[in-house]
Design a protein around this ligand. Sequence first.
Ligand SMILES: NC(=O)c1ccc[n+]([C@@H]2O[C@H](COP(=O)([O-])OP(=O)(O)OC[C@H]3O[C@@H](n4cnc5c(N)ncnc54)[C@H](O)[C@@H]3O)[C@@H](O)[C@H]2O)c1
Length: 244
Amino acid sequence: MLNFKEKNIVITGGSGGIGLAVAERFLAQGARVVLFDLNEQALQDAKQKLNNENIETVQGDVTNTADLQRLVDCAGRIDGLVCLIGLFVPMAFVESDENLIDKMFTLNVKSTMMTIQSALPAMISGSAIVTISSSAHVKPLAMGGTLYSASKAAVRGLSRALALELMPKGIRVNSVCPGPINTERMAAPMVVPQEMKDQIAESIPMKHLGEPEDIANAITFLCSTEAKFITGEELAVDGGLTNL
Ligand SMILES: NC(=O)c1ccc[n+]([C@@H]2O[C@H](COP(=O)([O-])OP(=O)(O)OC[C@H]3O[C@@H](n4cnc5c(N)ncnc54)[C@H](O)[C@@H]3O)[C@@H](O)[C@H]2O)c1
């Protein structure tokens, strides 16, 4: 059993499909959790659902430094930072334009960088950062995922290099690479129909989608002292999709 008693955990995108499961797992292990999200209603719904006195919410835009500073001020000392915000817009590369390139890289890469930069002054030796990449950066998606793959590869590169840079400060940095996870939206702005989910499941060696709890287990482990000798790691949680 992991123990996060008296630990402050910040989760950006914390009321999303995966974020909620991550928050639930940290709370169950005694953490104080601060959820950050653009969607105030989703934050309030998450708070109601999680029903725990150790939860706080901050509404804001992850691309806005003033909003990120409010998040850091609310958190105080940050023992674990989980950067979950991401965007997947399925579109063929040849049909995409500069606008979409900017949007995908802002939400998936730049926002992760800005979040970490804002949080670092509040992080001390022994703390941990987890970024979220995707199996798609190794195993490209069949449906218009080129920009997504490229942006998630950048998140991976960022995490690895940061792990080295922040090592003297005693801060570990790891990345989790989910395969297809059974969330309502699967990180897309549209709802994925069950028929498509079944097809995706067929392409996974384990023949089923992952659950948000699978990602929550990996993230809490990487933030915990049980993982104190692990940094610069890329943990695939994908039913064997990328490695088999
Ligand atoms: N679901 C999957 O199958 C899957 C697979 C691989 C990787 N991932 C990655 O996991 C992460 C979470 O995925 P999810 O399915 O939970 O996504 P989601 O869309 O359910 O949640 C994302 C959350 O981020 C918030 N958000 C969006 N833009 C924001 C902004 N500018 N400022 C603040 N908050 C903002 C949204 O309101 C939402 O609550 C993403 O980075 C995604 O790329 C997901």
